[in-house]
Design a protein around this ligand. Structure first.
Ligand SMILES: [Zn+2]
Length: 82
């Protein structure tokens, strides 16, 4: 019965993760190109409270937006690895 609980837990994590990825931005308006451009997501910082990202235009590299998340898991994993 513990196995069944584990499986349900993993299933929930997978579902939450794919929902999170649906929110990812793929295009933003770039003021330099004066058009909507595909963006590249750059990880700026890994903070104890989550990640700090910056979106940059894939064509010219102009920062067009940013995003923070509250996912502190990676920070804890880094601490555990070192
Ligand atoms: Zn651009």
């Amino acid at each position: 019965m513990t196995k069944r609980a584990d499986e349900r837990h993993i299933d929930n994590m997978v579902r939450r993760r794919s929902h999170f990825e649906d929110l990812e931005v793929s295009e933003l308006f770039c003021p330099s190109c004066r058009a909507a451009r595909p963006v590249r997501k750059h990880l700026l910082l890994v903070l104890p409270t989550g990640h700090k990202y910056e979106y940059r235009c894939a064509a010219c590299g102009t920062p067009v937006g940013g995003k923070d998340d509250n996912d502190a898991r990676e920070y804890r994993e880094i601490l555990l690895r070192t």
